[in-house]
Ligand binder design. Structure first.
Ligand code: FE2
Length: 303
């Protein structure tokens, strides 16, 4: 049995299912780091702010990467889904301010996106990949990504991520993204397979896949890739593969939605996260359901 060097919690798409009870539990835990894959709220900006304010109360080091719901106007999100350029452009204008609001509300929590978050004592870095991913081959939220990050295409995003990886001093990397990479299968059951089209297909991020391959080519050890976006519970029934080990990399789709399940009759609830244990060699991941009884919190915003 290899020694555990770090214990990391990964919270999947929150969609409003986060409150003070989570803050208390994580603050009292013996974890070293908390990662959130984004989508703090559903369609209301106020919901994102509320979750971000609560995250600011965490005493545990926390890194999150914005999802497609974070700082998006509902009509902008609709435009992205319909690929309607005029809707996308019109409602992208306020996104800088909305993103600034969320960052401010999140206080000391690190907002990731084309960024490196180092843990020098473990010779490890968290690479926060492209923020606001909609999944698939198309670059979502292009006007905002161009303004905020200078990225206007999937190719530019790939180059940015590759440069980030090459510039990291750490030998061991964990990728944190909203959506996972391409290359893990094109069936609806696969970790980032498409479950909303009859034709199915691989709905991963191609730029992320290339960044992972680049890290390996440079001799880095990619311990894990953690993401969400493609909910575990599939449209049309079934549960997707949420953990996969390939080429010694542990892939985790943490999108257990809703992440809080409650039994009102019994007055109990269960809250989900994934625990990632970084070992001397490699890492292990498993689902954790934290059980609680007593008064249950009501989430403010549903997906
Ligand atoms: Fe999402």
């Amino acid at each position: 049995m290899s020694e555990t060097l770090l214990r990391i919690a990964v919270v999947g798409d929150v969609h409003g299912h986060w409150n003070e009870a989570d803050v208390q539990w994580f603050n009292n835990s013996a974890l070293d780091l908390l990662l959130l894959v984004g989508d703090l709220a559903g369609y209301r900006h106020a919901g994102s702010i509320k979750v971000a304010r609560s995250l600011a109360q965490l005493r545990l080091r926390t890194v999150w990467v914005p999802g497609n719901h974070d700082s998006a106007h509902p009509l902008q999100l609709l435009g992205e889904m319909l690929k309607n350029e005029s809707l996308i452009r019109s409602f992208a204008r306020g996104q800088d301010q909305r993103m600034a609001d969320i960052r401010r509300a999140a206080g000391g929590v690190e907002t990731g996106g084309y960024s490196i978050h180092t843990i020098p004592e473990a010779d490890l870095a968290v690479v926060a990949a492209r923020p606001h991913s909609m999944g698939g081959p198309r670059l979502g939220f292009r006007p905002y990504l161009e303004r905020a990050h200078g990225v206007a295409s999937i190719e530019a995003s790939t180059q940015r991520l590759k440069a980030l990886v090459a510039g990291s001093q750490a030998t061991r990397l964990i990728f944190l993204a909203h959506n996972g990479p391409t290359g893990l299968g094109g069936s609806r059951m696969d970790p980032w397979g498409c479950d909303f089209r009859p034709s199915q297909g691989d709905f991963g991020d191609p730029d992320l896949a290339q960044a992972i391959a680049h890290a390996r080519a440079l001799g880095k050890t990619v311990l894990a890739v953690v993401a969400g976006h493609m909910h575990r519970r599939l449209k049309g029934g079934g549960i997707r593969t949420s953990f996969l080990e390939q080429d010694d990399i542990v892939y985790v789709n943490a999108a257990e939605v809703p992440r809080i399940l409650r039994n009102r009759k019994e007055g109990s609830e269960r809250r989900h996260h994934v625990e990632l244990r970084v070992l001397g060699h490699g890492c292990e991941a498993r689902d954790v359901w934290v059980e609680a009884t007593g008064p249950v919190g009501i989430p403010d915003d549903r997906h």
